[in-house]
Design a protein around this ligand. Sequence first.
Ligand code: CMC
Length: 431
Amino acid sequence: MNLSDTKAKLSFSNGSPDINLPVYKGSIGPDVLDIRKLYGQTGVFTYDPGFMSTAACESTITYIDGDKGELLYRGYPIEQLAEKCDYLDTCYLLLRGELPNATQRADFHKLVLQHTMVHEQMQFFLRGFRRDAHPMAVLTGLAGAMSAFYHDSIDIHNAQHREIAATRLIAKMPTLVAMAHKYGKGEPYMYPQNHLSYAGNFLHMMFGTPCEPYKVNPVLEKAMDRFFILHADHEQNASTSTVRLCGSSGTNPFAAIAAGVACLWGPAHGGANEAALNMLEDIQAMGGVAKVGEFVAKVKEKNSTVRLMGFGHRVYKNYDPRAKLMQKTCNEVLAELGLEKDPLFALAKALEKIALEDDYFVQRKLYPNVDFYSGIVQRAIGIPVKLFTGIFALARTVGWIAQLNEMIADPDYKIGRPRQLYVGPVRRNVP
Ligand code: CMC
């Protein structure tokens, strides 16, 4: 780590001696204060629930400038990756640090696309779930179950195992998501087709049936691929931090990813895409665009528990760059499907316009995030609302595994173990 020119000194009012805290600088972004020796030297902990000011690790993978609204994967802007690369190029970049050359690209595509089939026994495991189970419940189970089906690659301290597990996860998550979808519908599972692209194969497994050939629509294929790129990683968000913390105990990668899936499910995180679409449908049912003002007023009420889903972000205090790309993708998909007049899209745009001009949202720097338009794209493609977060999970799997492997490869890594400010009863005796 590189020391910053800034010096930090911590003083106490109780007569304890001052201590100097090292300050490190990253390649971009805020400096960090190293407090690792704080407790040993002073006997106090820091207190930061919600990690409002705490960097939990050092990373070379993803950088967000929340004020500018900038997102970089390994230094490359998300806009350029979305334009010039496909999802598997992006996976290679996140996992290995550089974009692939032509040979590496061909090899990596082949490696992933030839490992898309899952163990045949998986379908019997799936059969234990209720058909109306939420796909995220199913997916949490399926991701965890991979450690039982692929137990020859679960040693997190073995670099080869980590690489095999990463490939298996990226290759097989789309198959598992599509199987969860087909199971819920009571339709036969579609085996993957290795000649198709990653996104094309996913559409085939989702919407194909054994009764007739399925032709992949290139506009929808591109939209799906872009969706995957935009969701591939997002530095130390809640689910990624969960994967790191879970993996820090030395548990296997599939178990750590299952923990990430479970965390992503929540509506404040990945579940926001489902919640945002449900919100739009509710407003539509109330009367559509004419009711936007009334809904926004409800959101703004003091002590309101209603939030404008798909709006706001812990890090972005500007337009989420992924939301812009998602809005563009939304235009392309709706035009291709002849749905330009989709009332939900019109409603989303009206809602966005009002919110962006409203003092409540302006003062709090609340802008649309990636989830605001992603639901409209997915719904237009034919994906059921309950599956939205599952598709986010499949796209984020590469980010989770890249971050987990980065942590494990760091010789200084330790099991994560937060401390607390205890405010419960002091020692007392049972009467
Ligand atoms: N609608 C209305 N008010 C909001 C919203 C919203 N979507 N988001 C934040 N606020 C208000 C909040 O009430 C608070 O106001 P006040 O200062 O008067 O108490 C202020 O803005 C700060 O909010 P916060 O909850 O303290 O901020 P946070 O950084 O803890 O939360 C967030 C970030 C994403 C959880 C939150 O903005 C939110 O709940 N948004 C809606 C859910 C959503 O779209 N989540 C997806 C995030 S992007 C994809 C992903 O991470 O998976």
